[in-house]
Design a protein around this ligand. Structure first.
Ligand code: 3H9
Length: 706
């Protein structure tokens, strides 16, 4: 039954939760409106209708002296119901709910716990007062969905906290805590965590007793009068956030709406915001970002893993290898408060690794991103050792040693001998066969791959590689742990390069070929950064080091890359790679590299031609999509959307195109298939279409329909 508003008059503050999403009860003259719509109390049509009814009922009741809006469950309202976007709007709108609140002639207080996000915060902004528990988070994260706040947030928030603070909150999309919200003037009081309802009732009674002025946010002019005409506010916001919004019109829209809050009467500002919101919600970019939102949550649901699968306790972690990767991995666990033992083979390597971690934390303190106390607390959890014996007590050990099977297997044999029974043993291999590594362990059920992406303490992606024998409890534990350390985890199967690097290899093949056929590294990089990637393949190689996997002893000196390495151009770290770098690591195209490419191209018999940007894009992306289709067909990834998440969080693929598989669906799989066939005719096997792609085109379906 969907009953919208349940009215229940009583003096005892007990709640009656029948089948209602929104209920109303009167507690000693205070009307309490409770939203109870799991999981996150989103503002669905049912909730909006329930709220209008509840506020109407409270307004009609002369005995009601004040109203408190509170939520059941783990959170206040987490925003509009995202599943309703893209569908015909259903009355009442959020604006109508807010109008019902603003029509109240008695004070309305929003009592916030958990998160008040998006439309949820906008609803609270329409109340006369806001109180929150210390752990509450308040924010307008709409930009992360390709939107701007469309429930009056761009008009009311600047009136409460000033345009600069409002722009920062809206453009970052990052919620702020209750203390910061109180300091900014966003909320009126921070109440104790225990019994928020009772605290909010007491607050409402004090407002009534004091006959405190109850200004509607919309009528406030103090901040808008101060900020009007101050162009530096907008210039600063554009400077701080311009790069992030490349490829979308969001920044301009947000700035226009907030500017409207200063320059237009409230209703006109609201109308402007509504128009700008409508444009964004209908944009393909926002649809793609909404896909990403749900894809992220889907990725956490592992096929074949039963709900309630038990997890193992992980309270101590060992990391083998104190290089860049090992150090970054260790920091993830330190940041989450887990003690880490870092193991190296020599004192010098261990000292270097520990010093890098220390320097990283000191850097964070200097940049004001972390307090000295926090940095010290994290470093206190770190210890170093030169023998794997030191890992005997660890619940989880991650090896991050040199990427060759022989070295990994040697480490695993020894590790298996020292680790305690039941410990989870993980390899951070980027390519190698996890099953072959697990074969050396006594408990292959406890072995899996945890593939972090560089820099491991920054990139959000974690590929959780499920081996043939990995136990469900170990996978469940890894997924839980990933959440604890702030990673987005995707479960993948065993194959060379798993999902991300396997697809990347296809792109690299084409990028290298394009150089010989007629393009230059900066042409390829420009096309891919224009597409929205943070850097192109050659700039990425320079950053990672061209000598990754290269050695002087085995170098054949044949490819452009090998010759560059031999000439000492090994990437940013040597001041030169595919590009020349200045002291600030700014890249410029290199005449030497251009000459070398022409030389190798001629040596190999290529007749150079002009390669169009379109060809560069298709040659780089279509083989990746094709490989993605093979990965899906083989069951290496469970869903197309998992592949999208790997690319968005592991390689910076632009979320506003939804990830490679979503992008392919939007482009039309027929277009991709035709492109592959065209290139197969001129360039051969590398473009041979995946059977799944052919099947889907024949059936008129997309990857998203699987
Ligand atoms: C907006 O408000 C626009 C307005 O300005 C204008 C309106 C006119 N809708 O994340 P979780 C589902 S835009 C529908 O795993 P957590 C989610 O899919 C909105 N469903 O939990 C998942 O479902 P399932 C602005 C939603 O505890 C389940 O809830 N607001 C919504 O880790 C649990 O989610 C936001 O962008 C929603 N709004 O984190 C906030 N939110 O179980 C978006 C969640 O079937 N939400 N679901 O997979 C969040 O950031 C997190 O969900 C939250 C909880 C922090 C609240």
């Amino acid at each position: 039954m969907l009953y919208l508003c349940h009215e229940n008059r009583r003096e005892e503050p007990t709640m009656d939760r029948t089948d209602t999403e929104v209920s109303l009860d009167i507690d000693g003259g205070i009307a309490v409106v409770t939203v109870d719509s799991p999981p996150v109390n989103a503002l669905s049509q049912v909730v909006r209708a329930g709220l209008v009814n509840a506020f109407e009922a409270a307004r009609r009741d002369p005995a009601v002296e004040a109203v408190v809006l509170v939520c059941a469950g783990k959170t206040f309202i987490a925003g509009a119901d995202i599943t309703e976007f893209g569908k015909p709007p259903q009355a009442p709108s959020l604006a109508e709910v807010q109008a019902a609140i603003e029509a109240m002639d008695r004070p309305v207080t929003a009592a916030i716990h958990g998160t008040a996000l998006g439309g949820g915060l906008e609803l609270a902004l329409a109340c006369h007062f806001r109180v929150a528990v210390p752990s509450a988070k308040l924010g307008l994260p709409e930009v992360k969905l390709g939107l701007l706040p469309g429930g009056g947030g761009t008009q009311r928030l600047p009136r409460l906290v000033g345009a600069a603070r409002a722009l920062e909150m809206i453009l970052s999309g990052t919620p702020i805590g209750a203390a910061a919200a109180k300091a900014a003037g966003l909320i009126d009081a921070v109440l104790p965590d225990e019994d928020l309802r009772a605290g909010a009732l007491a607050f409402a009674r004090s407002i009534v007793a004091e006959d405190a002025p109850r200004n509607r946010t919309r009528d406030r002019t103090d901040w808008t009068d101060r900020d009007r005409g101050d162009e530096t506010i907008f210039a600063a916001a554009e400077k701080a956030h311009g790069r992030k919004f490349r490829g979308t019109s969001q920044l301009g829209h947000v700035v226009a709406a907030v500017r409207g809050s200063l320059e237009l009467p409230f209703e006109e500002g609201l109308a402007l915001e509504r128009k700008l919101f409508a444009e964004l919600v209908a944009s393909p970019q926002s649809a793609a970002m909404r896909h990403v939102f749900f894809a992220e949550r889907q990725a956490g649901k592992v096929p074949g893993l039963k709900a309630g699968t038990p997890t193992l306790s992980v309270e101590t972690v060992g990391v083998i290898g104190a290089g860049t990767m090992g150090g970054g991995i260790a920091m993830n666990f330190l940041n989450a408060g887990l003690p880490v033992t870092l193991v190296e083979t020599t004192q010098a390597a261990l000292d270097r690794g520990m010093a890098t971690i220390r320097a990283n934390y000191e850097g964070s303190v200097q940049r004001g991103r972390m307090s000295e106390t926090d940095a010290a607390a994290r470093l206190a959890l770190l210890s170093g050792a030169l023998d794997m014996e030191a890992l005997a007590g660890c619940d989880l050990v991650v090896e991050a040693v040199f990427e060759t099977m022989a070295v990994k297997q040697a480490v695993f044999s020894r590790l298996d001998a020292v680790a305690k029974p039941g410990a989870i043993l993980a390899t951070n291999t980027s390519y190698l066969d996890v099953d072959a590594i697990a074969a050396l362990a006594n408990w292959p059920e406890h072995v899996l791959g945890l593939h972090f992406f560089s820099p491991a303490n920054v990139m959000k992606l974690l590929e959780v590689v499920r081996g043939a024998k990995t136990a469900p409890a170990v996978i469940a534990t890894a997924m839980q742990l990933a959440k604890r350390i702030g990673k987005t985890a995707v479960v993948v199967g065993v194959c060379h390069g798993f999902v991300g690097n396997r697809m990347l290899a296809q792109r690299k093949l084409q990028a290298d070929a394009l150089l010989l056929e007629g393009a230059m590294p900066w042409d390829v990089d420009r096309v891919l950064t224009d597409f929205g990637l943070p850097m192109g393949p050659f700039a990425m190689s320079d950053l990672a080091g061209l000598d990754l996997g290269w050695s002087a002893e085995t170098s054949k000196g044949e490819t452009v890359r090998e010759i560059l390495c031999e000439r000492g151009r090994r990437g940013q770290k040597t001041g030169a790679g595919f590009y020349d770098y200045d002291a600030a690591r700014k890249a410029t195209p290199s005449a030497d590299v251009e000459a070398l490419i022409l030389e190798v191209s001629a040596r190999d018999g290529y007749v150079r031609r002009s390669v169009s940007d379109q060809e560069i894009l298709e040659r780089c992306l279509y083989p990746m999509i094709n490989e993605g289709a093979k990965i899906l067909d083989e069951g290496i990834a469970a869903r197309a959307s998992d592949i999208d998440i790997v690319w968005i969080h592991g390689y910076g693929w632009p979320a506003y195109t939804g990830g490679p598989m979503y992008y392919a669906d939007r482009l039309g799989l027929g277009t991709v298939l035709a492109g592959l066939r065209r290139y197969e005719a001129t360039h051969g096997e590398a473009f041979h279409p995946a059977p799944l792609l052919e099947r889907l085109v024949a059936e008129g379906r997309g990857f998203g329909d699987l």
